[in-house]
Write a protein that binds this ligand. Structure first.
Ligand code: PXL
Length: 268
């Protein structure tokens, strides 16, 4: 027998192509040495060319999955990904609050890398009003910043301005991911309402980054489950996802996934 590892829960959608969503989260949890658990919100019909359809689960089924693992196994940290609808977001918020689930990472997923919608437009208001205020950290990219605040970020000062605006929605910490800025290195800004931490990493030139946002949020969630404080958890997450993007690979005719196994097993 071995000592039990820390535990982490993903509340997210399934990606049949295996590169993003629940599948990316569970692979990340494994690589980060936490026991991964899942509450599935929706099932996407998806390959490397995009999402052709998705099927939502009833909100009650999502709440029951969360409650089942919380009351028996316990949850060291949780994260959200695709939540699909306003009804699911409300139910997740109510359940996370009622069961006192912390740390809680909210990745405000709205669309796939191809631009396919993964969230009903009428759900944005619920995301802003009831879920983000519960977040230990919320991790928007620049497209999600625009959807949440209306702010279009074009440069570095704009990143700080946007982080402040997202923080006002009530999350404890905000990580604005500047990966889509036109200039220079990839810059992310971490903000707790008082001070800014700028995190830079070299921009990696590959189209195969499917699942990178999910992988970052899941790696941060793993680090929080292991007891790291937020700045160190985010530094760890960035390190893990940078390695995964460096090891991304083509798959199918479209966009390939990041490589989660870069830190798993060395095989001959
Ligand atoms: O990467 C965002 C994302 C999250 N969850 C699911 C997805 C995607 C992107 O395609 O399919 C299920």
């Amino acid at each position: 027998m071995t000592a039990s590892p820390p535990t982490a829960l993903t509340i997210a959608g399934s990606d049949s192509g295996g590169g993003a969503g629940i599948q990316a989260d569970l692979k990340t949890f494994l690589a980060c040495r936490v026991h991964g658990m899942s509450a599935i919100t929706a099932v996407t019909v998806q390959n490397s060319l995009g999402v052709s359809d998705f099927y939502e689960l009833p909100a009650k089924a999502v709440a029951e999955q969360i409650e089942s693992v919380k009351t028996d196994i316990g949850i060291g940290a949780a994260k959200t990904g695709m939540l699909a609808s306003s009804a699911i977001i409300s139910m997740v918020a109510m359940t996370v609050r009622r069961l006192g689930i912390v740390p809680f990472v909210v990745d405000p997923v709205a669309a796939s890398q191809h631009g396919d919608p993964l969230l009903h437009p009428d759900a944005l208001q619920t995301l802003r009003n009831v879920l983000i205020p519960l977040a230990s950290i919320v991790t928007p990219n620049l497209g999600e910043v625009k959807l949440l605040t209306g702010i279009e970020v074009r440069d570095r000062p704009g990143m700080r301005f946007a982080a402040r605006a997202v923080h006002e929605l009530g999350a404890q910490w905000v990580l604005v991911k500047g990966g889509h800025l036109p200039d220079g290195d990839a810059l992310d800004v971490l903000f707790d309402g008082t001070s800014f931490i700028e995190l830079e990493s070299p921009r990696l030139d590959t189209p195969h980054t499917h699942g990178s946002g999910d992988t970052l949020a899941a790696a941060i969630c793993s680090a929080l489950a292991r007891g790291l404080d937020m700045p160190d958890a985010v530094r760890f997450g960035k390190w893990f996802v940078s390695g995964a993007v460096e090891h991304s690979f083509p798959l199918g005719a479209g966009l390939g996934p990041v490589g989660h196994f870069w830190r798993v097993l060395d095989l001959p």
